[in-house]
Design a protein around this ligand. Sequence first.
Ligand SMILES: [Zn+2]
Length: 187
Amino acid sequence: MFYGLDDDYCRLCKSLDGSIFHIICQCPRFAQTEYRRRHDRIARNLHWALCKKYGFLVAKRPSEHFGARTIANGKVRLLWDSQLDIVGRTSANKPDISIFEDNSITLIDVTIPGDPKVLQKEQEKIEKYREISEELADYWHRPVKFIPITIGALGTVTPNYDRYFNELDDFSSIHNRICMELRYQMS
Ligand SMILES: [Zn+2]
């Protein structure tokens, strides 16, 4: 992914920012391709692990997993990359994964910013999802938890990362897979 890198400018989009962070996460030429694929691979790992956790049949490896838009059983309804619309409300958002359980709702959104911005992006996501979380709680009469999974393109995480991950139970193996996905992008 490092072709086109120059000290002074990006040869792909002609931006005057030729920094490594421009290339690995800010160049508009990659926004809908490389960055999107990287984001989706990481979100897919999480979705795969959640499907397993809730007893859905899954592919042997996350790389073979293609998340169904909606999947449900008696315990839970899992939404993948789905718009959350509430009748009569204006706020709408589209978390990567939404988990509807009888006594709670959990929203998960994955962001892969430039490493110096992980904390800032995590806060922005929390703000972005505050309103929809309150609306959902009001509408469904159950607590709503938002979990931002924010990982720098070079692997930096915030001090809150472990706590958020632990809220998804023991996902240490998934964290390892995510690190592998980030390494894969560098090859
Ligand atoms: Zn560029």
